[in-house]
Structures are given as C-alpha cells and as structure tokens.
Ligand binder design. Sequence first.
Ligand code: UT7
Length: 328
Amino acid sequence: MGFHAAITGWGKYLPQRVLTNKELERMVDTTEEWIMTRTGIRERRIVGDDETASTMAVEAGKKALEVAGLSPSSLDLIIVATNSPDRITPASSFLVQHAIGAKKAAAFDVGAGCSGFIHALAIAYQFISSGIYSNILVVGSEAVTRIINWEDRGTCVLFGDGAGAVVVQANEHATDMLSFVLGSDGSGGDLLYIPHPCGKPSSAPQDGRYYVFMEGREVFKFAVTVMPKASRQAVEAAGLQISDIDLFIPHQANDRIIQAAARSLGIPSEKIFVNVDRYGNLSAASPVVALCEAVEEGRIKEGDLVVLVAFGAGLSWAAVVLRWQPRA
Ligand code: UT7
C-alpha cells in the first residue's frame, strides 16, 4: 500500500480564434449541416501565430497550480501528453518547465494518440503511489490544426486546438484514482497517423507537408466498440457498477460516437459530458479540457464518481475511474 494521490488543481486554455462551420463551407467541399449532423461540431478554436502546444500548456498549467495553491517551484515532475509538440526534441514539457519556473521538476512528454492524457495521469499516479514524487503537473495540449490538410474535408472539419492541465498531489487521506485501463493495438497504426520527417524517405509526402491522415469510417467502428468496453473494464476494476457512476467524460471526437457509446452502456444523457460542439476534437487535450469544464459548470460535486475514457491513434484506448475529492 503506497501513498494516496488526488487531483487538487485544474485549468484549461483555448485559443481565441474561432473557426465556424460556415467558414469551412468556404474552404472545402462541405456544408454546415453535414458537419453538424455527422459530427455534432459547431465550431473549433485555432492557435494564433504566437501560440504552440507548450505555450497553451503553460497557460493551463498556471491555472491548475493556482487552483491547487501550489507554487511551480514545488513541482517534482511535468508530463505533457501531445501529438503536436513544438519540436521533435526537446519535449514540450521542458519548454513548460522553463516557462513556469519549475526549477526542480523532471519533465517528459507522452505519446499515446488521443488517449495520451489518461496514460500520463496513470504515470503520475504511479510516481505518487510509489512515494517517489509528491507534486506532479499533468497536461494535455494540442496545436494539431497546424498539421491539418485544409483541403481534406474528411479531417479538417474535425480537429481543434487547446490545452488542459491537472495537479496531482500525494495525499494522506484518500486516493481519487480508483482504477486505470490502458490498451494498444498497433495493427491499426495506419488508420490514423501523422507522418514524420524521421520516417523512411519513401514514406515522405510528395509535397513535403506532414499532415494528419485518417480512415474515418474505420476509426469510427473501433471507437464505438472500445469506449464502452474500456469503461466497463475500468468500472469493474474499481469494484463498481456502471449505474454507480455520476458522470462519464468520453473523448470528444464526434457526438455520434459519444451517443453510441452511451447507448451501449445504458447511460442517460444527463450523465454524459459533451463539449465537442464548441471545440471539436482536441486530441490528447480532449478529456482534460472536458474534465475542467465539467468541474467549472458544477457537473461534478465533491464525492462524485467520474469516468474519463478515450481512444485514438495507435490504435490506443484508456479509461480511469475517479472519485472527485480535491479537498479531501
Ligand atoms: O480522436 C480520434 C479520432 N478520430 C475520430 O474519432 C474520427 C472517427 N470517424 C468519424 O468521426 C467519422 O467517420 C467522420 C466524421 C470522419 C466521417 O463520418 P461518416 O459518417 O463516417 O462518413 P463517411 O466517411 O462514411 O462518408 C460519407 C460521405 C462520403 O461521401 P460518399 O462517398 O458517400 O459520396 C464522404 O466523402 O460523406 C462524405 N464526407 C463529407 N461530406 C461533406 C466526408 N467528409 C465530409 C465533409 N463534408 N466534411
């Protein structure tokens, strides 16, 4: 039995620039109506020229530290989950470490597609329950629209930019991370990927631009199966029933995927958190931005049981059951 771990702070940052479905109508062969009915997305945010995954992570991280009442110099570790880092190396977490003045913190990034934030949270939990660290900043941040092909209507209407962060601290009284499920199936690696200049020269795009590539229909089929499955496994591992859960926070990729997962789990709509209409798919930032908003909107009360569940490139999936008790 190790140390307990609790989420004590949270914060989010969304860029100011809003891109509406109407504007997309003028950019590619699509319609406002198609995007709304097939995805549930109305608008998304787009990074400004002076913003990156690390600058947004800094803004979200500062807010999370403020809520936790923790100074950056007390942080032992910073983990950033991202698929759109500022540079190949150093990892974005080092840029965050320097920008917030977390002088004694270690830093690394986590890449697990859109499931990256929940993987990062699991790592933070391990470091705390083992007694190695006491104060960890866990961030999901994406500037993924920088690598979107604005001529590909199958991807460009879906994604948006933003960041969310939580502070995880050692706690004497109670653990609020009750179970984790993490999974991978690399055989689906070609269904959703971002090529890279370090790949085989033969895999380099002819025009030299490295864009998000996705077989949407195949990823959709995977998503509607894996989200309910991972949620059930995590709830069972926590010794609970689906009906015990107060709020489900699914990865915000497509409202049709969210509603299909809810139906499969038999969850009423008031127990599902949705913000995909305003931000689109925030990739690794999606579950943590949604968690922050759910708390800010009063959808989560002290003592509530919450499931975060995600899927994405890898193929990957992840779920966590939380008992929300930041002031325990
Ligand atoms: O974070 C992980 C991420 N990714 C996802 O979760 C994405 C999962 N997939 C999806 O959300 C959906 O598959 C999409 C939203 C990408 C596509 O919706 P769909 O209902 O699966 O459409 P589809 O791919 O089956 O395409 C139906 C039609 C096609 O036309 P034809 O072949 O029937 O003539 C597409 O070319 O819709 C067309 N289409 C569009 N039409 C207007 C595809 N994208 C668009 C568009 N506007 N933006």
